[in-house]
Design a protein around this ligand. Structure first.
Ligand code: 5GP
Length: 189
């Protein structure tokens, strides 16, 4: 019903997210030296990257990639904003918000690997492992989650909810019917 306040279930609180991000930052700081190149995939990874870099004890460089999907579920992806730096010979960590089927990540990893970095690893905040179609090695994982459509901390539905400071599980049928369905319940007061 229009105007009804719906509160989706919280999956990860702000405190849980921050402790997961701190753990990942410690793992990366132990595994790499200064000069590590973090490649974040726009736009969903931005809050994660912003928190992650502030907990690193090494000095990383950061760059961004943006991709666009031709059609959902096909795995066909193209780069619409490429990196500014040459990654040949560099240690690169790809920073992703969520890995679902693994198709997107497989494409990006393949693309970056062709550029001959010294090493290439993936750091993903959320891993929906049960949905995986292609095997996708994730060296640094924040949280494994079940097969749910999640929102918040960078993850959107129709560009909404990225600015939520926690992660909630949404109902895709609700959202398709009313993309703003959770706005009042999540942000008001
Ligand atoms: P994959 O290619 O692994 O199936 O999909 C990865 C991309 O799909 C993610 O980068 C993200 O943009 C989107 N995605 C997958 N699962 C979710 C989800 O639960 N919530 C949201 N908001 N986006 C998702």
């Amino acid at each position: 019903m229009t105007g009804e306040v719906v509160r989706p279930r919280e999956l990860l609180s702000t405190a849980e997210l921050h402790s997961g991000v701190r753990r990942l930052a410690a793992e990366l700081s132990a595994a790499y030296d200064d000069g590590l190149l973090l490649v974040a995939v726009l736009k969903g990874s931005v809050p994660f990257l912003a928190d992650l870099v502030r907990h690193l004890t090494i000095q990383p460089e950061v760059d961004f990639l943006a991709i666009s999907r031709y059609a959902p579920g096909t795995g066909r992806v193209r780069i619409v904003k490429d990196l500014d730096v040459d990654i040949a010979g560099r240690d690169v960590v790809l920073v992703e918000d969520i890995v679902d089927t693994g198709l997107t990540l497989t494409y990006i990893v393949g693309e970056l690997a062709r550029r001959e970095p010294r090493s290439l690893a993936v750091c993903a905040l959320l891993d929906k492992a049960v949905r995986r179609i292609v095997p996708t090695p994730i060296a640094f994982t924040g949280f494994r989650i079940d097969d749910e459509f999640v929102l918040g901390y960078g993850l959107d539905f129709g560009e909404r909810y990225r600015n939520l400071n926690r992660v909630v599980a949404g109902d895709l049928a609700d959202l398709r019917a009313r993309p703003d369905a959770y706005v009042a319940g999540l942000f008001a007061g």
